[in-house]
Design a protein around this ligand. Sequence first.
Ligand code: NAD
Length: 478
Amino acid sequence: MADKSGKLNLKELSFSDSVSYYFDKAAPFTNTPKGLLDQIKVCNSIYKMNFPVKWGNEVRVIEAYRIQHSHHRMPTKGGIRYSLQVDQDEVMALAALMTYKCALVDVPFGGAKGGIKIAPRKTPVEILETITRRYTVELVKKNFIGPGIDVPAPDYGTGEREMAWILDTYMTMRPGEIDGYGCVTGKPMSQNGIRGRTEATGRGVVYALNEACSYEDDMKALGLSKGLDGKRVIVQGLGNVGYHTARIIRQYGAIVIAVAEADGAVYNENGLDIDDLYRYRQDKKSVRGYPKGKVIADSASALELDCDILIPAALEKQITDKNAARIKARIVAEAANGPVTPAAEQILLKKGVMIIPDIYINAGGVTVSYFEWLKNLSHVKFGRMQKRWEEKHQTNFIKLVEDLTGQKVSAKRINDLIHGAKEIDLVNSGLEDTMIEAYRDIREFKKRHKKVPDLRTAAFAVSINKIRDSYYAMGIFP
Ligand code: NAD
């Protein structure tokens, strides 16, 4: 990590070293004793497992992890990733990011992450199912899963289907556990999932960008106008996070001029129809050949096109010291975890680019996972108890106004006014509030501490302060 003179070589940091580097950069602004900083930073439990799986006519050894970074709040929480890149360092980094993310958005969990080293798109579905179920059995055997212990969720390469397999395996092994449905989030609706979870991370990214772009002075400093309307956006990754971000940001008037996928990018200066592109890719298994835009074979080069906002939503280490100088965006929104390396960050910050950090901007997923977990523990859908009552109450109120004024309110107006909140309304409202409040916390911290150099450092500092305070509340202080 450090060269002969003891200076940190940012270009050689591993992913987990990068997270520690950001932590160390923020720590001096937090007034936290060194011993406690060491405790907050370190990974609490690492479970590496290997198990055999029958694959056609052979047996293959599967490498998998579950890492709980912090037990200061229980249960721990974090997604499960399926990718050939998975290794201990990556899962440790992602688990640590979860701890800081949860603290930042006031989600009362410690951070965790899981990973299985497989290529999900190249693995037959029945083998994916066997691996997922076996992985869950291993977690149950070691007490690494449960609604009060550790609650996985989707991440890169996983989704509702895998979460349903995990739930089913867990419930089979723990029959009669009344809160068992809370052992995993991101489940399908039919398995006690929650409306809005699938798109929550992408929706959260858009709420965050909408808030960040609402400050005229901040935008002026970047040479941009206020608001998302008309902003030219590039998105990397058309998976869960990238697709929903690109789709929803268009509803705010932004123009998605390019989408970069693993096998190529598509560019159209007038804006891409994201649903149309998504359907094309589903159908052809590639973005190549898409007729309503220019296809760029070298996908990575699309990140360097001229735009206002660049949203990397694929994997870590996509913007490095090799391409950072060529990035033209004024705002980089880290929808993926760790897409900008520390060496690249230095280059971007020098160019005056605003980096909205991963631990804040992609926290929408875990926020709505928290709502799902609450729903599972309360065994009732949000809105079920009060929706009809609210509608009756509002109707009576309108009648009273009509009686007092002698004027009739139109049927359409009445309809708009009486509408009681459904589950999706409450979820999106809770998500929006969370993203707005957390951005204000970060921005105000940065404004109050003049020496805090960037939003990431402010976000880490706010997070460390909250974790420190929960240790203090437990009686752990010098
Ligand atoms: P996903 O598997 O649904 O989609 C990832 C997409 O990125 C895929 O379409 C893949 O083909 C594409 N991709 C891979 N390598 C690429 C490359 N080099 N260039 C362009 N595209 C590439 O995964 P996801 O759930 O959308 O996760 C994406 C990122 O967001 C990850 O870093 C993940 O940790 C983070 N994240 C996800 C969630 C969530 O709720 N799913 C929450 C928070 C953060």
